[in-house]
Design a protein around this ligand. Structure first.
Ligand SMILES: [Zn+2]
Length: 312
């Protein structure tokens, strides 16, 4: 993947909070990583829900309408926390060619441009894309890196611990390594934002199982990621510049491999040694590959209407 060196980047929505800030503790004190199933003991309500999402559904969650509404959650905005300045030097496509951090900003910009064109007046960008380390407070509750990247509808924000890709996706789940893996994930999470503003999220009535609403929502986000990938090299920014100059078949292959690696069946095999369809929340490797490719090959919102499909 290459970026047009002349294109200008918009860093306005992209922030980094550094080490997690949990209520009550001093800076860094909340940054301890909670092992995935650890911490469950004594937890009630939303905390347990969060951890079930982590263990059962794991990665790339919405995550999740069920997490919102807990009155015990802090609703303080991440933007209230200091920004570390991680992205301050990300100014042009040239910078994006030099650094994965700046490439993240560029991909966020490309997604915003793409969906702005696709939805027109009905579009608004996400409030923020926040990178963090350890843990983070969100309107959907406190989350740790173990959750994986997620979108919180309560604050219209995508949260991403960038160590996830090496430490969890690659090392624990045997997924692929490469710059574009992260950008498939980012495009998937951006897809959840699109679902939030277009009302698709409200169509989820069933939470588990291969044909459930939850799975259809996740597969639609994969399909939306494919839509963006299809048009990424022709999407223009507000200056009329194409930001992404090159997206290769190797990039697309990485996206598909990443989608497969986070399939529910793959995760269950790795973490439980067996597959149980009835607890699926995101779809199998094959389903995730299929729907990414539907978006990539057909490139339309109607083709990505997983809720209308008889079977997904
Ligand atoms: Zn998701």
């Amino acid at each position: 993947m290459r970026f047009n060196p002349k294109a200008r980047l918009d860093r306005g929505r992209v922030k980094d909070t550094g080490q997690g800030r949990r209520g009550g503790g001093g800076p860094g004190s909340g940054g301890a990583r909670m092992p995935i199933p650890g911490g469950v003991g004594g937890g009630v309500g939303g905390i347990v829900v969060l951890l079930i999402v982590v263990v059962g559904g794991l990665l790339l969650g919405v995550d999740i309408p069920g997490l919102t509404g807990g009155s015990d959650y802090s609703t303080s905005r991440v933007s209230d926390a200091a920004d570390t300045g991680r992205y301050d030097d990300c100014k042009t496509g040239e910078d994006a060619n030099e650094s994965q951090d700046c490439a993240r900003v560029a991909v966020e910009n490309s997604l915003t441009d793409f969906w702005g064109g696709e939805l027109g007046d009905g579009f608004q960008p996400e409030d923020e894309l926040v990178t963090f380390s350890g843990s983070v407070d969100t309107a959907c509750g406190a989350a740790t890196s173990a959750v994986g990247p997620f979108y919180c509808p309560g604050d219209n924000t995508i949260y991403l611990d960038t160590t996830f890709f090496d430490e969890v996706l690659e090392r624990q789940l045997g997924g692929p390594d490469g710059g574009f893996v992260e950008f498939y994930v980012l495009a998937h999470e951006y897809g959840h934002h699109i679902q939030n503003i277009t009302g698709q999220m409200g169509k989820v009535k069933t939470q588990q199982g291969p044909q459930s609403g939850a799975v259809r929502l996740e597969l639609q986000a994969d399909c939306y990621a494919g839509m963006w990938a299809r048009d990424a090299t022709t999407t223009e920014d507000s200056q009329g510049e194409v930001l992404i100059s090159d997206l290769t078949q190797a990039d697309i292959k990485l996206a598909i491999e990443a989608a497969e690696a986070v399939g529910d069946d793959r995760i269950q095999e790795k973490t439980q040694g067996q597959v149980n369809e009835e607890s699926w929340t995101h779809g199998s490797a094959a389903m995730r590959e299929k729907w990414f490719l539907v978006g990539y090959e057909q490139g339309s919102l109607s083709a990505c209407d997983t809720f209308a499909a008889k079977r997904v």
